[in-house]
Structure formats: structure tokens, C-alpha cells
Write a protein that binds this ligand. Sequence first.
Ligand code: IVH
Length: 665
Amino acid sequence: MALREQLQYHNYRYYILADPEISDSEYDRLFRELQALEKSHPEFASPDSPTRRVGGFAEKTFSEVEHRVPMHSLANAFAFDEVERFDSRVREHLELEDGEVEYIAEAKLDGLAVSLRFENAWLVRAATRGDGRKGENITHNMRQVLAGATRLRGPSSPEVLEVRGEVFMRRDDFERLNRAQRKRGEKTFVNPRNAAAGSLRQLDPAVTGSRPLSVCCYALGQVVGAPLPNTHWEIIRWIKRLGLPVSSLARRVAGVKGCLEYYREMLKRRTELPFDIDGVVYKVSRVDWQDSLGHTARAPRWALAHKFPAQEQMTRVEKIELQVGRTGAVTPVARLTPVFVGGVTVANATLHNRDEIERLDVRVGDRVIVRRAGDVIPEVVKVHKAARKRGARKFTFPKTCPVCASAIVYEDGGVIARCSGGLYCSAQRKENIRHFAGRAAMDIEGLGAKLVDQLVEGELVGNVADLYELTLEQIANLERMAEKSAANLVEALNKSKRTTLARFLFALGIPLIGAATAEALAAHLPDLERLLAADQETLQAIPDVGPVVARSVLAFFDEPHNREVIDKLLAHGVTWPAPQPRSGNPGGAFAGKTVVLTGTLSVARAEAKRMLQSAGARVTGSVSKNTDYVVVGDNAGGKAEKAGELGVAMIDEEAFIGMVRGGGD
Ligand code: IVH
């Protein structure tokens, strides 16, 4: 039967090759389909069906180990009502009339199951789950992973203790491993689970030992020579006391309500956790109840895996397009047949850069796995090359910008592609205008992406200053533009002219200047004239402004075209509240005084200067008889000497700050 074979094939890809071709959810779908078919047509059921086995195979390269107590899988649920039905079944079976069942809720780690056999405290055998009855002997590899935990802690250990758990890889370890693999030109892994599987199933234990694997234990297998605890909660605590890692996320919960609360909480916390979890697991805590409930061929009746929406899905690449950003960065994007993944419908996925597209070798028409984890931009993580249509052409990165045909230049060792067209490139112009109109920038309400496209394509607007030259008539004449919306836009444009210096600076789109840096620039150099004239040193004296950012500001203001746009914007009436008067501040402690700074102060020179200016001082560079004060810092040299000679008043930093703050002499 085709479906059965399909599942068998995918089991093989997943368990043996650690290189699945389909997403987990696609697998789950096939699995459920087969289950339903077998249920409605019992004549098709067969004892070796994948629905009756746990899934894996015993691989030939490792020796085989028989599990004394079978390693079961878990029944899956996706919807809340399936959890309710599970709880009803449990209660019915136990003939419970009222009261809630105590469940232990745990995170469902996304790794692979292992069984660790300890005899008289020593690890004697470690095995993968295999098909549930027989697994692979991975003792040598697990010794590497467990490092110090190959002997149980504590005064008394049972004759035999089998502990079951999950081997997994933390996300940060996974990223690091993939980076290292890429650097060495070796195979990278699709996700942490595959990396864990691939690392554990190495023939050379030293390789496993070099991989950052983690373990978390959550169940027992065979136990000889010690009484079993009464509850699963006690079991976890016992495992922990024996010195093996257990999860700190496990919790005792009451009934369905407690289960679902835990589910919601974990779903929320999912992306903050340092490792992937693909759902939660509910387990009836009382061990006598577990025994009474028993298990099916595949899974215990006393436990349920409640899965999260999948973060990976299979879909098709319809187009590969290049997006040109505001600063000219050219990013390849895959346009996909929309799929529901990670809780939203995804139609676009980033292909990052030229290197990544080459590494993936993704082509138009390919079946791919897309991943959307948390709020991260969806990405293509795997291409199903075996299913590629013949004649699919390799994607080559162009030499020229797809929008304006300017040359593409490569930065960062060839990884980052940038269109050299600058504002000649309409894509960059559009992005620039969108940024200018954005909420954190000039906040021009109603000027959305589509409208910007129309304005640029209709050549009504070439740069941001042109926005303020638009007439009501021009706007109203645009396609799909209602009279009222046109009037609203004119109104919004006028309103946006009253802004703040920080917003204005941010809106200009100076490379590397985000909203926070724009705030810092405006706070320290609140006068645009001075800001435009500032040199590298002055800029770098501002907190958060390093040499690279300072150079970016200088380069931007050096560009005549940018100066022209700024002048035009001001001419069109863009304005912001005037800064506090800096010289001649009549109320300031230094009103009308001429001050010179010398030596090292605990505040940056530019900061001290700004403080003086806002207290009314004129700050000059050299001492003369017209100087009123010299502020003397540490290691002051010639200027302090000169002040002494001329009889100019000298004050130290403390006095200076006291005057600025106190407002008096
Ligand atoms: S209990 C007798 N608890 O999920 C029940 N399994 O889909 C044995 N898994 O084979 C499993 N976290 O590899 C259990 N907290 C957890 C788990 C967990 C992850 C894995 C395990 C199992 C699979 C079933």
C-alpha cells in the first residue's frame, strides 16, 4: 500500500539518514491519514504497518540492543478538544467520578529518545529507540555526551536502572556547529534535532564527543532491586537525585484546565527557551494508574503529546526575486505557494544572500522546507532536490541591479551585494521615501508602500523633499485615489512638518543611524547648523557614536545632493522646537562668559562644551585676556599656565559642574 511505503521511506530518511525530505507536520498528516484508513478498512491493517511500530529502524552499522521494557512513543494531539477527550478516556478507564486527575506537564523536547542502562550505578549500555523493541547500541557515544554522569550519584543504587530521556542540541550550540561546519566546507544541518541525530549516530565516538549535545531525562525503563516511586513527579525527583539531568520546566497540574494552561504558557515561552520544543507532554502522575491504563502497540494510554503548530512546512518556490533595500543591499527572496507555518500564512521567505542561495542550490519550482520560528523572518532551510523537475535552472546572482541596472558591488568578502545606483535606483528611492514617511520618522499618515510606488513610478516624487511639493490635484489624480484621501494626505504632509530634530535626522535615512542614535545626536548637538558642521571628534564625543557611525554621518552630510534635500525640506517649512539658547542664556550660570576647557575631564569634551553652552557660555579654544574662566581638568598643560600668567579665573571640574547645576557663581 502506497501510503505505508511512503511512511516507511520517510521514517528511513528521518531516523537513519537524519535528513528528512518532508516536514514533521507533513509526516504527521500522512500518518494520521493511514491511521484513519486502517480504522475504516481493517482488512488493510497489517502488523508491520508504521502505525503499529514506533517508527525508527535498527540500523546495521551499530550493534543491536533489545529493550527489556519497550520504548514507546506518544499519542499526539493538536487541538484542545483532543486533550479533553484524552482526559475523559483516562477518567472513564479509572472509573473516576469526580475530582481532577493530577498530570505532570512537561516540555516536549525536540531531539531523539535514548535509553540509559545503569547496573550497580555504572552506565553499561545506551541505546537509541530504534523500532521501540530493538535499538542501536550507542554506549560509547553516550559516554561522551554524559561525560561525568556515567555513574549514578548517591549511596544506594538499584541493581538495574534504565533511564529514558532525550538527546538534543541547544539552539545556540546548533548555530555555532553549523557555522563551523560551513567554514570547514562540511554538511550543515537543517535544524537542531537533525544536528543532534546526526551527531549521536557517529561511528567514531570522538566525533560525537566534539558535538555540543545535551540530555534531559523524563522516564524509567527496567528497574530491578528498588521500589518504584508512587508518582511520576517522584520519579523525576529520583532521577535528579541520581545525578542525571532533568527538565526544570516540568509541573504538576490539575485536570484538563491545568494542562491547557501549561500549554498556553509554554507556547508563549517557546521562542525564549534555549532549545526547541515541539509541544508539551501530559502524563498521569500516579504510577498505579499508569499501570492500570497500560498502553497500545505504540504508546502509553496515560500520556499525551500536545503538539505546537509546526515551525516547518513544505511548499514550493514559485519565483526567486531580488529585493533592493534602502541602502542598496540586494536580498534574494523566495516567493512561495502560501503555507500555514509557525501560526501564520507565509508566502515569502528570505534566502539571505548569494552564499546561502548557492549553498542551498534552490531553484524556481523546487519543493522546499520553510521554517518560521517565533518572530524570525521565515527562511528556506532545505531543498527537496530529488523531487526537482528536470530542466530547473540554477539561480545565478546578477552582476547588475535588477531595478536600475547599476553595477552590484560586493562587500564583506562577497556575501553582501549592494546596488551602486544610490538614489538613481528607484528601489532605493522608494525605500528611502517609505522610511522617511514611517511612524518613527516623519510619521506621514496615509503614505503607504503602494502610494509611494505610484508617486515614484509616476515621477511625481524623486526625493523626500518633493513630497512637500505635491499638490492636492496631483494626488487626487492618482489611480484609486479618492478625493477625501487626497485631502487627508495633504493634511498629513502639512502636519508632519512640525517634528523634532531627532525624528528629522532619523527620517533622512543616514546609514547606520537608527532612532536611538538620532536621539543621541539631537540631544548633544541640538542645533542643526552645528551638527552639519561637526567634525569627526565632536561626533565621536557623543555617547554611542563610534568612529564608523561618525564617518557615516560625515559622509552623508558631505554629499551635496543630501545637503540640497535638507535645505529644501527646511525651505518647505519642516521645523522643530528651537533648542535651548546656548550662548547668551541670560539665566545661565555662565551667561555672557567666555570659557576655555583644558585637561581631561570625567565627561567627554563635547559634553562639557554643550553643558557650558546651555548655561550661556561662549566656549573658545585658546586663553586670552578676554577669557572669563578656564575649566582645568587633569594633566592640564599650557592653557592653565597661560591663565595663571594672565590672572584668569581657574575652576576645576567639580566647581564647574556645581555652577552649571546650581545656576549661580
Ligand atoms: S515520554 C513512555 N516525555 O517525544 C513515554 N517523551 O513523540 C515515553 N519526548 O519518543 C516518552 N520530550 O523522544 C516523553 N518530556 C517528554 C518528552 C518526550 C520529548 C520525545 C520522546 C518520545 C517522543 C514521542
